[in-house]
Design a protein around this ligand. Structure first.
Ligand code: NDP
Length: 503
């Protein structure tokens, strides 16, 4: 979100407005933007779905959604009355072109009443199978034409592999120009993730050591304790590599590894990130096991609660080969990072819910202290914490007070909450504001998504062709399968224990 910028009149057209995403994330985020005074005075939320619900029913539904899901809880009555007055409902059959003509008429009539040409955001919170027909119909109704004012937002997953991504994306790009397309990766809306750029490029002290000379390796962990809950059918078609690594974890890697942008804008920042994706060493199809590990959770215990095995979850094949854990070892082949391993891991049913990036620095070149002092009890690490803590920790060695020379690991901490003392906006708030302001810096461009799919395809193909013989291979409540430990142990390393994992 850029500072001190006012939005123009906006029509926010929400397809799939009766769905979970709209209810849980999109509308609560819009309401918080409203509470913070970030929505323009002339704002319309047009809820589009196939239901016959009245506007009162829809408003009540969203009121509940905000109460249950907003960081601020139940809406204050006055503010709710004003906000709900901006909500309209349109019933639309996505297969009926006439309905899109009517939609165009509705939006144009509001423009006339407002006496201006409003910005238009079409947000597709629908199953991906509808992206293509909705986009084509918007185009046919002339609703994509205004290249300056109209934007289209699409959710993940954009395809299930490189080929299906290209197919969907070709349709998006046929109707809209790239600058109108906002492909959401909600990780990029998190304050702590955006702060990686601030930390690296607004301070002179990190860049000199941010390279192969000082960094030994990087570990990116996004761990969940939850299983697949009610999303078994979706997850069976997806798995951890597609669901998390292809998008979120690779984006985190890009932010850590990218070169400094010349200017902080959508083209330059995304260009520098795509350079990283292009520099990633391709995973050889015949040696996937040396660079990737997969796992699936068996029954176990997490914080005193029994978790059933993945294969016993609802809507999951009892002989499923879907991975609930994925780890990759990657190398960025360029001057800055040559031969520095980047280890990525993510999984469900793990010990703790934790997201963090650990930069592990090289050991001291010469050990002047006697072994008895305890040098190297802890390597120097910079940890960027995204969850549950939000902040940065520098872990290093210090002298223990006393006459004996003893070295002890200590932490230096920056906490977002303590430093800023504000309720941190949800990722969707930041991202929706950016869409309305037309700032695509933290959205995925075609070349980024394509490069990310290209990277993971050899692994997806190898895993599909060779079902895992050892599934399930990790106990729910553990840190994942042994094969993931071996992946890093082959370099003499181990997964770094997350800093604030509450076991
Ligand atoms: P839901 O199934 O809860 O909602 C989908 C919406 O699309 C509903 O409004 C539904 O209408 C409508 N819809 C479904 N089929 C049709 C159809 N044939 N014609 C017209 N409308 C239809 O899905 P979610 O809200 O969970 O997800 C929406 C999108 O967001 C998906 O692409 C998903 O992958 C993505 N996403 C979701 C996340 C989440 O947390 N929920 C997180 C990240 C991405 P109706 O109510 O009438 O069925």
């Amino acid at each position: 979100m850029q500072a001190a910028q006012c939005l123009s009149a906006t029509q926010f057209v929400l397809f799939g407005s009766s769905g979970d995403l709209s209810w849980r994330l999109v509308v609560p985020a819009l309401f918080n933007l409203f509470l913070d005074g970030h929505l323009p005075t002339r704002f319309l939320l047009l809820a589009v779905d196939r239901s016959d619900k009245s506007e009162d029913e829809i408003a009540l539904h969203y009121h509940q959604g905000i109460t249950e899901n907003s960081r601020r809880g139940a809406p204050p009555e006055d503010a709710w009355q004003s906000f709900s007055g901006m909500i309209r409902h349109v019933k639309l059959n996505v297969a009926d072109q006439e309905d899109f003509q009517k939609l165009a008429l509705t939006l144009n009539t509001i423009d006339t009443a407002w006496d201006c040409k409003a910005e238009r955001v079409f947000y597709l919170a629908t199953p991906p199978s509808l992206f293509e027909p909705i986009t084509l119909s918007l185009g046919a109704a002339g609703l994509a034409q205004d290249r300056e004012r109209v934007r289209l937002v699409v959710e993940k997953p954009l395809g299930n592999d490189l080929e299906s991504f290209r197919k969907i994306n070709d349709v998006l790009c046929r109707v809209f120009e790239e600058r109108q397309l906002f492909r959401i990766d909600h990780f990029l809306g998190k304050e702590t993730v955006q702060n990686i750029l601030a930390m690296r490029f607004a301070n002179p002290i990190f860049e000199p050591i941010w390279n192969r000379r000082y960094v030994d390796h990087v570990v990116i962990t996004v761990a969940e304790t939850l299983g697949v809950e009610k999303r078994g059918s979706y997850y069976e078609q997806t798995g951890a590599l597609r669901d998390m690594v292809q998008n979120h974890l690779l984006q985190l890697l890009c932010l850590v590894a990218m070169e400094p942008p010349v200017v902080y804008d959508a083209d330059d920042v995304r260009g520098k990130k795509v350079d990283v994706l292009h520099a990633l060493r391709p995973i050889p199809p015949d040696a996937v096991d040396k660079f990737a590990a997969r796992g699936q959770y068996a029954e176990g215990w997490i914080r005193g609660e029994k978790r059933m095995a993945y294969r016993n979850e609802p809507n999951v094949d009892p002989r499923s080969n879907t991975e609930t854990y994925a780890a990759l070892k990657l190398y960025v082949d360029n001057w800055r990072w040559q031969d520095v391993p980047f280890y990525l891991r993510t999984g469900k049913g793990l010990t703790a819910k934790v997201s963090e990036i650990s930069i592990r620095f090289r050991d001291v070149p010469h050990r002047a202290f006697p072994a008895s002092a305890g040098l190297n009890a802890q390597p120097t690490r910079l940890v960027i914490q995204m969850h549950p803590e939000q902040g940065i920790v520098l872990k290093f060695m210090a002298k223990e007070p006393g006459s004996q020379l003893r070295l002890r690991p200590v932490d230096m901490r920056f906490s977002y909450n303590e430093a800023f003392q504000i309720d941190i906006p949800a990722a969707y708030e930041t991202l929706l504001w950016d869409v309305m302001a037309g700032d695509a810096t933290f959205f995925m461009r075609t070349d980024q998504v394509e490069a990310a799919w290209k990277l993971v395809m050899p692994v997806l193909d190898a895993w599909a062709a060779n079902p895992a013989a050892d599934f399930p291979n990790y106990v729910a409540g553990s840190w994942g399968p042994e094969s993931a430990d071996l992946l890093v142990a082959s370099d003499g390393n181990s997964w770094l224990t997350p800093t604030l994992a509450k076991s």
